[in-house]
Design a protein around this ligand. Structure first.
Ligand code: SF4
Length: 218
């Protein structure tokens, strides 16, 4: 892997990187690029778990997923392509269509993604889970960590790693890696409601609507 020089991350108490593996939930390539390189530098064996039925429309989902696959393949990291079960996501989001970002709809959305990650980890002998979700400054890290801990608590022997990926220059490197890799640059969080609300905000500012599949870093 051709990452920058960096200090290995402090691992959670009790996690033995010589014997145990991490399952990393990934939301997209720009958020997971820095997280993946940081994990690699810490000598932890891991796989990427892509489970994001929130992403709408399917074209946006496919682009985000393919970008993540491209980066994982480049670095020989196993990539688990989980279900795109949008019906389940919409069923759980019912009644929350007009909730603001960082509100209860997002808690449901994080819970859903972590629940599936924790289940897969439990069934495939991973002892720790984490996610790239928290590296974005647009997200509430405490909200995400609460969801991660809640999901892991269902299985004995499974830990949620609540490391703050923004620390030690992580936020800056996230941008640098995205530019270096020329990742697709999504312009809204992911669900149809965030697309609607972001477009409304842009309209109020006199900006054009989001065009799917157009914007790339670099
Ligand atoms: S705004 Fe983002 S986190 Fe919240 S429900 Fe939509 S996709 Fe999920």
């Amino acid at each position: 892997m051709t990452e920058l020089k960096r200090t290995p991350l402090p691992l959670p108490d009790g996690f033995d990187p010589k014997k145990e593996r991490l399952l990393l939930h990934s939301c997209c390539a720009p958020c997971s690029g820095e997280v993946m390189e940081a994990i690699h530098a810490s000598g932890v064996e891991y796989a990427v778990f892509f489970y994001n039925p929130n992403i709408h429309p399917a074209k946006e989902y496919e682009i985000r997923k393919e970008e993540n696959i491209r980066f994982a393949e480049k670095h020989n990291v196993p990539f688990i392509d989980a279900d795109y079960d949008t019906d389940n996501w919409f069923a759980r989001a019912k009644g929350m269509e007009f909730e603001p970002e960082r509100g209860i709809r997002c808690t449901m959305c994080f819970d859903m993604r972590f629940e599936r990650t924790a289940l897969y980890a439990h069934e495939h002998n991973y002892s720790m889970i984490s996610s790239s979700l928290g590296i974005s400054r647009w997200k509430d890290m405490q909200q995400i960590n609460d969801c991660g801990h809640r999901a892991a608590a269902h299985y004995s022997g499974l830990t949620y790693w609540d490391y703050n990926w923004r620390k030690l220059g992580g936020s800056q490197r996230m941008i640098e890696i995205s530019k270096r890799e020329q990742f697709y640059q999504q312009e809204y969080c992911g669900c149809v409601y965030s697309l609607r609300d972001t477009n409304r905000h842009r309209r109020e500012q006199g900006r054009e609507r989001i065009q799917i599949g157009v914007q790339y870093y670099g």
